[in-house]
Design a protein around this ligand. Structure first.
Ligand SMILES: Cc1cc2nc3c(=O)[nH]c(=O)nc-3n(C[C@H](O)[C@H](O)[C@H](O)COP(=O)(O)O)c2cc1C
Length: 271
């Protein structure tokens, strides 16, 4: 039986979930969406998984493009786990739409609450110490259900979220490709290229031993979070500054932005 999980991950939450599920299923390939979908087809697979974060109430663009170009076995048991913090929006509907155009459907879908990774806008929350054990417990349950090939319908976007979507999301969509314009390195940069190697959209190249961001950024913060010398700095775009202030006030978080990546996922795991 062929089993494969395709993942997108910036700060490791989604890769951790993919790894836990793969371990439970046994003998499962884990493939990054950085790969060319033509070379990692799921036509022969009996169990197919998609694990990714929710970005702007949807799945990351790179995941969409990857799935759109992936050949899959429509008769397979197909699952999706979306890691998120507060609102999963239309993530599952988007995946189901992409799959149904190939005659396939989601058999099992689960949102999985994790630590927030948008460190350029607001600090990570809930606290790692509290959230990581909860996440591990939930992943255990999810992987058991997937191993049992449980059926679970995909959650749809709520009525309120649907109504708010255009108003709330438009400012972020407009600056999507500009997200990385605020990134720069300070004197601590050693030119080690970790940032380029962990970037899930292959957005970073090295010029004169320094990273250059090429505006295919999804704002995943992998480069910031995994830089071994903390040399990557950022200027937060205005829309994210406002979002950050709102969330900090709403949840009474500390003002200080802090880099976060999942404690069990190291840079080499994402390369
Ligand atoms: C650019 C960006 C946008 C995000 N948008 C949302 C969102 O719309 N809803 C939500 O609940 N979480 C959102 N998050 C939080 C992530 O979905 C969450 O932290 C996820 O677990 C990160 O996965 P990763 O560690 O695999 O990259 C966002 C994070 C980033 C970086």
């Amino acid at each position: 039986m062929k089993k494969v999980i395709y993942y997108f991950s910036g700060t490791g939450n989604s890769l951790r979930a993919a790894k836990v599920i793969a371990q439970k299923l046994g003998d499962t390939q884990i493939i990054s969406v950085r790969c060319d979908p033509q070379t990692v087809s799921a036509e022969e697979a009996d169990i197919i998984g998609f694990v990714c974060p929710v970005y702007e109430w949807d799945i990351p663009g790179a995941m969409k493009t990857f799935v759109a170009n992936l050949k899959i076995n429509p008769k397979a048991y197909i699952f999706m786990v979306a890691t998120y913090i507060l609102i999963h929006g239309k993530s599952f509907e988007t995946m189901e739409e992409l799959l149904s155009s190939k005659g396939a459907h989601l058999s099992y879908s689960r949102p999985l609450r994790c630590v927030a990774s948008q460190c350029i806008a607001y600090p990570p929350f809930p606290p790692e110490k509290l959230m990581i054990p909860i996440m591990e417990k939930n992943m255990k349950k999810i992987s058991q259900e997937i191993q049992n090939k449980k059926q679970r319908p995909f959650p749809r976007m709520s009525f309120i979220t649907k109504k708010l979507y255009p108003k709330v999301m438009t400012p972020y969509m407009e600056i999507e490709t500009e997200y990385d314009k605020g990134f720069y390195t300070d004197q601590r940069c050693t030119g080690c290229a970790t940032c380029a190697k962990v970037c899930p959209t292959k957005n970073i190249t090295l010029q004169q031993n320094r990273p250059v961001w090429n505006h295919r950024c999804h704002g995943c913060n992998a480069c910031v979070a995994y830089c071994p010398t903390k040399a990557i700095q950022f200027r937060t775009p205005e829309a994210h500054k406002q979002l950050g202030t709102f969330i900090i006030k709403l949840l009474r978080l500390p003002e200080k932005r802090k880099r976060y990546h999942h404690p069990y996922i190291k840079a080499k795991d994402l390369m």
